[in-house]
Write a new protein. Structure first.
Length: 364
């Protein structure tokens, strides 16, 4: 009988966005392949709650910083106690302590790099070079890490986030029913964004574009949806008020029913200006057959296949793309029809898990 592979994931983040969702979905998916999975995180993090809801064993650690020796030695003890084979780290602070704990304990060290902002190696920033393997969520992130972090190309692979095509299936959701769930009228034109409320998501660009659309189409029944939560909630509320968009923008907060929300939309938009890997929200929207406008940030372009509009992070470019979709229903329907097909065979959960399992088996 073959040994059960045991994988410990580490995550210091308190928030709940694409990165944290991927971690939980990945853990559930590899567990279904017969692996045993564990999560080390902070006590007040949302990912802790989600892990427990999915019967994942959780270890609570402080993750106070790169030089948090208390957490490092606690992790080292957990790795030994539970005979962990692989430690998979995800964010900057947990990568230092998690990576070093793995190395000190004889476990394999995998780093998943979710964001696309460049990190240059130096005499004091070398942790990525110690990894036995690195996953990135997009090809541009992989290319940058090879160039700027001296990573052996044989030890790094782009593994975009896999989406469950059975859940994100537009045929399973009725638009009218879903709109009622979110208090939206059937005759409203709805443009929406699903993203954590952080600076790099650039909700300000979304709102400035919304202002231009409202001015362009006076009297048109139109709604702009912001789904997600985060530290910039009050800032965004202030921007809505300053632009006079209180009657047009709806802030939903964190939304659990993402497929249902996407079903309500006529256009999905993402306005990030940096840090994106291959954005999970764009894959989800394409999987749901939505017309999409997304800014050229990180590895978003990896998804481009005549299936959505890719624009620069400028209000004029974003607004022009939205106007072209609003005014030309034939064009909107054309890219909507190609959307799901374009991602169905490349960004599924099964493809993601197969790539990850091949690396696990190779390392062990």
């Amino acid at each position: 009988m073959s040994k059960v592979i045991k994988v410990l994931h580490t995550e210091w983040s308190d928030g709940w966005g694409g990165q944290e969702i991927r971690i939980i979905n990945e853990m559930i998916a590899v567990r279904e392949q017969g692996l045993e999975v564990f999560l080390a995180c902070r006590s007040h993090s949302i990912i802790r709650k989600k892990a427990l809801e999915n019967n994942i064993q959780v270890f609570i650690l402080p993750f106070r910083g790169n030089a948090d020796f208390k957490t490092l030695f606690a992790l080292k003890g957990l790795i030994k106690k539970h005979s962990i084979d692989i430690v998979n780290t995800h964010s900057g602070k947990d990568t230092w302590v998690g990576g070093l704990a793995a190395k000190f304990s004889g476990a394999k060290f995998i780093r998943t790099r979710h964001l696309s902002n460049r990190i240059r190696s130096s005499r004091t920033n070398f942790i990525n070079e110690l990894a036995d393997y690195i996953f990135t969520t997009g090809e541009s992130v992989r290319t940058d890490m090879i160039e700027y972090n001296r990573i052996n190309p044989e030890k790094i692979q782009s593994v975009p986030t896999g989406i469950n095509a059975n859940i994100f299936d537009p045929n399973k959701y009725d638009k009218e029913t879903c709109r009622k769930q979110f208090n939206l009228q059937l005759d409203e034109f709805v443009i929406g964004m699903v993203a954590v409320l952080r600076q790099f998501k650039r909700h300000d660009l979304f709102l400035q574009s919304a202002k231009r659309i409202v001015d362009q189409y006076p009297g048109k029944k139109i709604k702009f949806i912001i789904a997600g939560d985060g530290p910039r909630r009050e800032v965004i509320k202030g921007q809505i008020k300053k632009l006079g968009l209180q009657n047009f923008v709806v802030m939903l907060g964190y939304v659990e029913m993402v497929p249902e929300l996407l079903s309500t939309l006529d256009i999905f938009i993402l306005t990030s200006d940096s840090k994106e890997g291959v954005p999970q929200s764009v894959i989800q929207a394409l999987m749901m057959g939505k017309a999409v406008v997304a800014t050229d940030a990180g590895s978003t372009k990896d998804l481009l296949d005549n299936n959505f509009i890719l624009v620069n992070s400028k209000v004029d470019d974003i607004s022009d793309a939205l106007i072209s979709l609003i005014s030309d229903i034939k064009f909107r329907n054309t890219i909507s029809e190609s959307a799901r097909k374009s991602v169905l065979n490349s960004f599924s959960i099964d493809i993601m898990v197969n790539k990850i399992m091949k690396v696990y088996n190779k390392l062990l």
